[in-house]
Design a protein around this ligand. Structure first.
Ligand code: PEP
Length: 256
């Protein structure tokens, strides 16, 4: 399938950064840079900035995402936010299973699976993160690790649910470290993910799924990474906080 028929998504993961006035200012800077984008542009902001962000992107092609979601609809889950709450807030996307959630907050493949399901059921687009640790890559088990995550995180999903999920391949050693996977490494891992999905759900489903690369993507390396046949855009941390850099990445992902 022609890669151009898939939706490339450039999503900024702002992590725990920016006040509400700063959110407004950064989105206002991004607006003109995203106006002619040939890809989907998403800003994933902290929960407290969602309302500001949703208001700021009105009338533009920029979508707003959250950075986590709980799998239950409501109840005694202190500190958590449900998928319906995000929908009510005007959110379209939600990052799930980011390596920082897995590492610092006990996120597991089982909870990632439940959260992605809940997000899909509510009509949100999940950005589901997978990726190997440095010692797993050095032990030459990247393929097994990533295949296992895909199988577990999407266990019990219909092909339609798989198609609606954006997958972010994020090698953990490349996140926030300034160490980027080479375009070959990124392309190979995204291709592996697509082949795992093809085995489970058939080629049509695999060819339709958006698979991003994430890990120190920036204005300089984006073009080479997003040009790889199996890489459909990126999930961007640090560089998404600088409008000029984010704009360059959007431009790189808009080239057909
Ligand atoms: C991320 O947080 O998903 C990420 C890829 O961060 P960075 O771009 O800073 O490596």
């Amino acid at each position: 399938m022609n890669k151009n028929l898939r939706k490339a998504v450039i999503a900024g993961n702002w992590k725990m950064n920016k006040t509400r006035p700063e959110t407004l200012a950064l989105i206002n800077e991004i607006k003109p840079l995203a106006a002619d984008a040939g890809c989907e542009v998403v800003v994933c902001v902290p929960f407290t900035n969602l309302e500001t962000a949703v208001g700021a992107v009105k009338g533009t092609n920029i979508k707003v995402g959250a950075q986590n979601v709980h799998f239950e609809k409501s109840g005694a889950f202190t500190g958590e936010i449900s998928a319906d709450m995000l929908v009510e807030a005007g959110v379209d996307y939600v990052i799930i299973g980011h390596s920082e959630r897995r590492r610092y907050f006990g996120e597991t493949d089982e909870t990632v699976n439940k959260r992605v399901k809940a997000a899909l059921q509510a009509g949100l687009i999940p950005i589901m993160c997978v990726g190997e640790l440095l010692w797993e890559r050095e032990a030459d088990i990247t393929q097994e690790v990533v295949a296992r995550q895909i199988k577990l995180d999407m266990a019990g999903f219909s092909s339609a649910e798989v198609k609606k999920t954006v997958i972010a391949y994020e090698p953990v050693w490349a996140i926030g470290t300034g160490k980027t996977a080479t375009s070959e490494q990124a392309g190979e891992a995204c291709g592996l993910i697509r082949s795992v999905i093809a085995k489970l759900h058939g080629k049509d489903t695999a060819n339709a799924v958006t698979i991003q690369y994430g890990g120190s993507m920036n204005a300089q390396n984006a073009a080479e990474l997003v040009a790889m046949p199996d890489v459909d855009g990126g999930l961007i941390g640090g560089a998404s906080l600088k409008s000029a850099d984010f704009g360059e990445i959007i431009k790189a992902a808009s080239v057909k």
